[in-house]
Design a protein around this ligand. Structure first.
Ligand SMILES: Cc1cc2nc3c(=O)[nH]c(=O)nc-3n(C[C@H](O)[C@H](O)[C@H](O)COP(=O)(O)OP(=O)(O)OC[C@H]3O[C@@H](n4cnc5c(N)ncnc54)[C@H](O)[C@@H]3O)c2cc1C
Length: 460
């Protein structure tokens, strides 16, 4: 092993997973974190979104289990709850309830601090990974400036850490563009799509019968015709996380009774009705953000060797689509592969990693940004919103997904596995074409926001 030392900046999801990925090929990995890391499942200052609902897609969980075998089991040991999204959660799309499908699209429900704590314990138990408490303030380069040789870190001896590879996982507020400018490089272009959204999340316990029969959650998130929405999802230990979500500056309130009124205005009144029956376990907490931010690291004309950027520092998405942690996990998995194929040298890792991560980021960013572009008042920087006519066909896919289990499953596979191939299958394409050519509308029994469908389709 000739790769000696990697330094990872930031000990949240992207940083921890990067450290796990690098531990396979570097002798030592040091994670730099500005927070004192608690040995408990609690929120912390550096992750202000920690109290908000977090759902991890199957595509992310699979990658994490590959990097850290037994991770799912460790979550379940903490009382986190396994469920099938397609079968157990009533999902209300703008055109009606999604057809209910059993077919193994399994996820694990958790509270974000529990998830991060389980992850942190697993990663810090790796024999060659350590953390230091400090604040990263810049990059160090060799005399000709072509290679990063470490990071400037306030709070450690000498104010710096030498490294063969530096990974920036400091989140959406990353200063890496400035750090590169200081070294004479042109920073990456930035794209912004801002629908201005807010969350308020709380944890509750439901009495028997409060949720629609046979369901363990409800998702009726905002859409351009309905700017207030929400979701109820299992988070383990017999509890549920309830999130009110508002778009176009329709921010949900922080107070408990007002929040119930807000949830009543979601696309399905079932949310407010269920929560009224619940016992409040964790008080509501709010979070506001402008929207999606992407830095085009893969398009740099010139970049130094020995430096990569991952996680929210590359792209931070509107969280309603639940993509951030999954893209962080995919990024870590790509990093592991790129480093493993690097033959003991960091030369080329930076360029290759940025190029191989880009298609995944493109996919997730387009999904979030294009959907968000139809919300009133959305703002764009360096991004062209899609032509409404060009995406009109998607409305028929959403309509077909209320009735056709193959379409419903393909749509959710495209979202949760980031695998759109099912949408191209002849069966799915034909079904959507039929809905489009006949102008078919979902059966009224599937559009009643008071009544999600009971029937479960088994597509194997
Ligand atoms: C309201 C909300 C809800 C969300 N819901 C979901 C969801 O349902 N599903 C999902 O997949 N994702 C969700 N996300 C996104 C998810 O939180 C992030 O994608 C995920 O945490 C990965 O981010 P990260 O590790 O790149 O950065 P962050 O989580 O932002 O962590 C950055 C870390 O770097 C540290 N740091 C920052 N600067 C420095 C510095 N200079 N020196 C040292 N340390 C530093 C911070 O303290 C922190 O620990 C949500 C986000 C928000 C805002």
């Amino acid at each position: 092993m000739s790769l000696s030392h990697a330094v990872v900046l930031g000990a949240s999801v992207a940083g921890l997973l990067s450290a796990a990925a690098l531990s396979k090929n570097f002798a030592t990995v040091t994670i730099v974190e500005r927070d004192q890391l608690p040995d408990a499942a609690v929120t912390r200052r550096g992750v202000p979104q920690g109290n908000q609902v977090h759902q991890l897609m199957p595509a992310g969980l699979t990658r994490i289990d590959e990097l850290l075998p037994g991770f799912s089991a460790a979550l379940l040991e903490q009382g986190c709850e396994r469920y099938e999204i397609d079968r157990d959660v009533a999902v209300l799309y703008p055109r009606g309830w999604a057809a209910r499908v059993a077919g193994g699209m399994e996820v694990i429900g958790f509270l974000r601090p529990t998830f991060e704590w389980v992850l942190r314990r697993r990663v810090l138990a790796l024999p060659n990974v350590r953390t230091v408490h400090g604040i990263a303030t810049g990059l160090l380069a060799g005399t000709d400036g072509t290679t990063i040789t470490g990071a400037k870190v306030t709070g450690v001896d000498g104010g710096k850490l030498d490294a063969d590879l530096v990974v920036d996982a400091t989140g959406r507020g990353s200063k890496a563009p400035n750090w590169l400018s200081e070294l004479g490089y042109t920073p990456p272009a930035e794209q912004l799509v801002r629908p201005y959204l807010g969350y308020t999340t709380m944890v509750v316990r439901f009495p028997e019968g409060a949720l629609p029969e046979g369901f363990r959650g409800i998702a009726a998130t905002p859409n351009p015709a309905h700017l207030k929405g929400g979701a109820i999802l299992p988070c383990g230990n017999g509890q549920h996380v309830v999130a009110a979500m508002g778009m176009s500056k329709n921010y949900p309130p922080a107070g408990y009774p007002e929040l119930l009124d807000y949830l009543d205005e979601a696309p399905s009144p079932l949310l407010g009705r269920a929560v009224r029956a619940a016992e409040l376990i964790v008080e509501p907490d709010t979070y506001r953000m402008p929207g999606n931010q992407r830095r085009l690291w893969e398009q740099l004309d010139r970049r130094p060797e020995g430096f990569v950027v991952i996680g929210d520092a590359v792209a931070a998405f509107n969280p309603i689509y639940g993509q951030g942690m999954t893209i962080a996990a995919i990024g870590a998995s790509v990093l592991a592969q790129v480093v493993a194929s690097a033959d003991g040298s960091v030369t080329g890792i930076a360029e290759k990693f940025a190029a191989e991560l880009a298609p995944w980021t493109d996919y997730a960013f387009a999904m979030a940004a294009n959907t968000d572009s139809f919300f009133p008042g959305a703002e764009f920087v360096n991004y062209t919103p899609p032509d409404p006519e060009a995406v009109a066909g998607e409305a028929f896919a959403v309509a077909a997904a209320t009735t056709d289990p193959a379409v419903a499953q393909a749509m959710r596979r495209a979202a949760y596995y980031m695998d759109p191939s099912g949408m191209q299958s002849p069966v799915v394409q034909q079904a959507i074409a039929e809905w489009a050519s006949t102008g078919r509308q979902p059966d009224p029994s599937l559009t009643d926001p008071n009544q999600p469908p009971a029937a479960i389709h088994d597509v194997g």
